[in-house]
Design a protein around this ligand. Structure first.
Ligand SMILES: [Zn+2]
Ligand SMILES: [Zn+2]
Length: 353
């Protein structure tokens, strides 16, 4: 298995972002990402997918879309769509029709910013997901960096502070979303968690102040999705795209908040008598399973089964646990950064059955 770092969910001038695909690729190369997935609102931009190069470095830029019903008021229920290879926005007036349409097209769908509170100081409305009776989607965007920002800006002054010091924002996925995900996976549902930046590189005007806030390269160092693919990226677009989307569909990934320290090198795996597994996989509980996690820097490691914390290892780089009970086991790692203990790693579960 080979780990790659991917930033996903972002916007260009084709919707409400300010940059171009080329700007994104250059920022991604500068920040050392392996791939990015650009998702403009309700448009599937053609002809820009591929490898972009600066000197000897390269990045794979893939294109999906973020779809919602534009006639709905408020405009809730945003869905991230990858690999459908056609514009699915005409299906947007019914979330279930949209999700089923994506699946039929061989694509992946993720519920974007499941809890996305209002930020009245910036006239931003609540655009959470409401249609929770849907089925057949791949997963949810557990950590969305922009929703999190909306939780910390009760006034414009707060907004101005975080515009200059964005490193103080990142803390963890919104608790309500985390709870909802735990409820799903504890019920045996397979719901893949991903982390999205929702980068727009927005222009902020505040009196005489003008600033591009949260530029792409800030986001690309923050909330990333780390994906495990069977072999290193080959440089052939169709091959690499297939590997990435298959791994995402299987949940072979974790969310890394890479700003406090790089999360590259994290692994969560399981070993049974005859089988072994990593995040996203199922393994039989028969005769016991050994779960193992390793983090690249000392951190507080928490092991969670069906939403309940069953072990905490403080200031550790590894943990081992003998699991005899069935359940969805996942790992979180927390680290001190800028005066606060912050979520650093959120793994997908290993399903012990
Ligand atoms: Zn959205
Ligand atoms: Zn978005």
């Amino acid at each position: 298995m080979h780990e790659i770092v991917v930033n996903l969910h972002m916007h260009t001038r084709y919707s409400d972002g300010t940059g171009t695909h080329k700007d994104i690729a250059e920022s991604a190369i500068k920040t050392g990402l392996d791939a990015v997935i650009v998702t403009d609102h309700n448009v599937l931009v053609q002809g820009v997918e591929g490898y972009y190069r600066v000197g000897r470095s390269r990045v794979l830029l893939l294109v999906g879309q973020e779809v919602h019903d534009q006639d709905r008021d408020p405009q809730k229920n945003h869905l991230l769509v990858f690999n459908a290879n056609r514009d699915v926005s005409p299906l947007a007036d019914d979330p279930q029709t949209l999700i089923s349409g994506v699946a039929e097209a061989g694509g992946l769908s993720f519920i974007a910013h499941p809890s996305d509170p209002e930020a009245p100081a910036f006239k931003e409305t609540n655009i959470s997901w409401e249609a929770w009776d849907v089925y057949g989607y791949t997963g949810i965007e557990l950590w969305n960096a922009l929703s999190e920002l909306k939780t910390v800006v009760p006034t414009k002054l707060h907004g101005a502070f975080y515009a200059f010091f964005p490193q103080f924002i990142g803390y963890s996925p919104i608790p309500e979303t985390l709870q909802r995900w735990d409820d799903f996976i504890a019920n045996g549902q397979r719901v893949v968690a991903i982390g999205g930046s929702d980068a727009h590189a927005l222009n902020m005007h505040l009196g005489p102040l003008h600033r591009v806030i949260f530029p792409y390269n800030f986001h690309f160092r923050a909330v990333n999705t780390h994906i495990f693919i069977p072999q290193p990226l080959t440089g052939d677009v169709p091959t690499d795209k297939k590997m990435i989307y298959e791994a995402l569909a299987a949940g072979r990934c974790f969310i890394g908040y890479d700003l406090p320290a790089s999360t590259r090198g994290f692994i969560f795996k399981a070993k049974g008598l005859e089988q072994s597994a990593i995040m996203g996989d199922e393994i039989s509980a028969r005769r016991g399973v050994t779960l193992q996690a390793h983090v690249p820097e000392p951190a507080e490691i928490r092991l969670i089964r069906d939403g309940k914390t069953i072990g905490i290892w403080r200031d550790s780089q590894a943990c081992v646990y003998s699991a005899s009970e069935a359940g969805a086991y996942r790992v979180e790692a927390w680290r001190n950064y800028l005066g606060r203990k912050r979520g650093w790693i959120f793994s997908n579960p290993i399903y012990v059955r």
